[in-house]
Design a protein around this ligand. Structure first.
Ligand SMILES: NC(=O)c1ccc[n+]([C@@H]2O[C@H](COP(=O)([O-])OP(=O)(O)OC[C@H]3O[C@@H](n4cnc5c(N)ncnc54)[C@H](O)[C@@H]3O)[C@@H](O)[C@H]2O)c1
Length: 253
């Protein structure tokens, strides 16, 4: 079921957190995963993802660096001969509302969260169009957005805007390239516990996340990884341009 055997997948930001869970889940399903991150070690500890995930390789890539972003997909295509799945997962946040957001904050957040996925997706679609389809599909793109691309992010203007725009990029790619067998979807996590984040220690945040989430626990990286795996596999057919909420009901109320 949902076997990714022989598929080549790039997951950005896969050294830690949700990206790491996606990489491990894809590898478990038989994919050859390229872990693309600016650092190899997980910020929350543990062995590097590429050591844990069978068949995975690590590529150092800072998504804030346009040259590194431009080089990623061609390097993967040269090494593996194809690219089946691109997961745009890495993101940063400024953690500030509008009046505190500097021009630098805005540009840094948009560079990593939106411009890099745009450039990587363009390169991925170019590569995928050269590939013979497997069944109906030449390739798949999965964008990791957020509940905060649907509703406003608390104290995080640039981040929320970047995620809403990434959902729209998802729809654009889906509509523009469906005819060529390119599938593009998004998964939108709600609050997912990835490790001891500094914000969890600040007054009020834990209560806020819990009170905003109808499900009686916060999310786990695996919750998002399984949704991404579904969207990466043959089970997910005739689904394109959608944003799949994995938010425990955050946006349902
Ligand atoms: N954790 C949550 O509650 C939550 C909620 C909604 C959406 N999301 C989204 O899920 C995705 C993963 O979030 P997470 O919580 O696992 O994050 P995380 O901070 O735990 O991990 C992010 C990873 O991205 C990498 N990264 C950051 N900047 C990079 C750059 N410039 N170049 C390359 N790699 C870079 C980091 O090194 C890290 O490995 C993000 O898109 C985030 O917006 C997370």
């Amino acid at each position: 079921m949902n076997d990714l055997n022989g598929r080549v997948a790039v997951v950005t930001g896969a050294a830690s957190g949700i990206g790491r869970a996606i990489a491990l889940c894809f590898a478990e399903a038989g994919a050859q995963v390229v872990v693309a991150d600016r650092r190899r070690d997980a910020w929350h500890g543990g062995a590097p993802t590429d050591e844990l995930a069978e068949g995975a390789t690590f590529v150092e890539c800072d998504l804030a660096d346009p040259a590194a972003v431009a080089a990623l997909v061609p390097a993967v295509a040269e090494r593996h001969g194809r690219l089946d799945v691109l997961v745009n997962n890495a993101a940063v946040s400024a953690g500030r509302e509008l009046l505190e957001t500097t021009d630098d904050d805005w540009h840094q957040v948009l560079a990593v969260n939106l411009t890099a996925p745009f450039v990587l997706s363009r390169a991925a679609v170019r590569q995928m169009l050269t590939q013979e389809p497997r069944g109906e599909v030449r390739g798949r793109i999965i964008n990791v957005t957020s509940q905060h691309g649907i509703v406003a992010a608390r104290e995080d203007t640039a981040y929320g805007v970047s995620k809403a725009a990434l959902s729209q990029l998802t729809r654009q790619i889906a509509a523009e390239y469906a005819g060529e067998g390119i599938v593009c979807n998004a998964v939108a996590p709600g609050k997912i516990e990835t490790g001891p984040s500094p914000r969890a220690g600040e007054p009020g945040w834990q209560e806020y996340w819990t009170s905003r989430t109808p499900w009686p626990r916060l999310g786990r990286p695996e919750d998002v990884a399984r949704a991404a795996r579904f969207l990466a596999g043959d089970e997910a057919t005739y689904i394109t341009g959608t944003t799949l909420m994995v938010d425990g009901g955050w946006t349902a109320r």
